[in-house]
Design a protein around this ligand. Structure first.
Ligand code: BDR
Ligand code: CA
Length: 311
């Protein structure tokens, strides 16, 4: 039986690769994509989500528009990383498919109430605004969620948007705080692991060598996306942050981490959005997340390339 997932996303090149990986994998049933403002404003993230479904040849996937602004702050975006469109690199055609009428938050709530309890996994790849809003509006859905596997936060790598904070958490720290305190089983892919999922030259050439529309588009996305990280970190290539979430669902043995307490800073101006991870277990605060620290990079890229070849 395939596993039911909802992907909450702000595409983003790495979000796009994560969505493609999910759509290429028969172990997963994507119930819908919910777009949120993040890397770029909502009108662009929702458009990009549609484009990615069409690239995958899956115009049947329902796509919903969600929250345009964080819960309590003004939106911060990341065009400096992802380009003006959020999905710079490939030239993807304007989508023919349309957004669903319902709001993403209502789709999340209705799906969790409809499907048998414990059978839906939520996969947030952007700021946690849609998820927190759904939990606030319908607290009854929390115990029905199988788990939340999300990309966000950092401990050893600290920050990428400020010296202290990772982008997804920083954009909506109040939403992240709600999710991390929700009691829902959490698996967290912080920068500590995603910075080890680097698209080196041979890896990007393996995507291109697939020779398919998807393989070439993914190579063009990572070619664009890597400029920023190579310039900033001197790393070998772009980190594929968000695909770590989907790869974990498919092959959890590729990842290692610790069950620890993770809390979100919501008040300090200096460290706003910091994910304070008790990696060394120096407090007696209860564990609330499986916080991933490492991955088997060759296995991860092998899986990704093999799956993308199916599209
Ligand atoms: C996260 O922020 C976005 O730029 C990426 O899509 C990823 O979800 C990494 O900090
Ligand atoms: Ca993202």
């Amino acid at each position: 039986m395939p596993r039911n997932i909802i992907i909450d996303t702000d595409p983003g090149q790495d979000d796009a690769v994560a969505i493609l990986l999910a759509l290429a994998s028969p172990e997963l049933r994507v119930l819908g994509l919910t777009a949120v403002a993040g890397n770029v404003p909502l009108p662009l993230t929702q458009l990009n989500a549609l484009k990615v479904c069409e690239l995958a040849g899956r115009p049947d996937i329902p796509v919903f528009a969600g929250c345009a602004e964080p819960l309590a702050r003004r939106l911060v975006t990341a065009e400096h990383v992802h380009g003006k469109t959020g999905l710079d690199g490939p030239d993807l055609p304007a989508p023919k498919m349309r957004l669903q009428d319902r709001h993403a938050v209502d789709f999340i709530i209705e799906t969790l109430r409809r499907e048998p309890s414990g059978t839906v996994t939520i996969c947030p790849l952007g700021p946690l605004t849609n998820i927190a809003t759904a939990l606030q509006k319908a607290p009854d859905i929390a115990p029905r969620i199988h788990e939340i596997v999300l990309m966000g936060g950092a401990y050893f790598e600290v920050g990428n948007i400020t010296p202290a904070a990772e982008f997804n958490i920083y954009v909506d720290p109040e939403a992240a705080d709600i999710v991390f305190k929700s009691g829902i089983p959490l698996v967290v892919m912080p920068l500590d692991v995603t910075h080890k999922a680097l698209v080196t030259r041979p890896r990007v050439e393996a995507f291109r060598a697939l020779g398919t529309r998807t393989g070439i588009a993914v190579a063009e996305m990572t070619d664009f996306f890597e400029r920023f990280d190579i310039g900033k970190y001197g790393s070998e290539g772009a980190p594929l942050h968000d695909p770590c979430v989907i790869a974990y669902l498919l092959q959890p043995h590729l990842f290692t981490g610790r069950h620890i307490n993770v809390e979100i800073e919501t008040s300090s101006e200096l460290t706003l959005g910091m994910s304070v991870a008790d990696w060394w277990r120096v407090t007696d605060r209860a564990a609330n997340a499986l916080f991933i620290g490492d991955l088997h990079a060759e296995g991860f890229f092998g899986l990704l390339t093999e799956r993308l070849a199916r599209l």
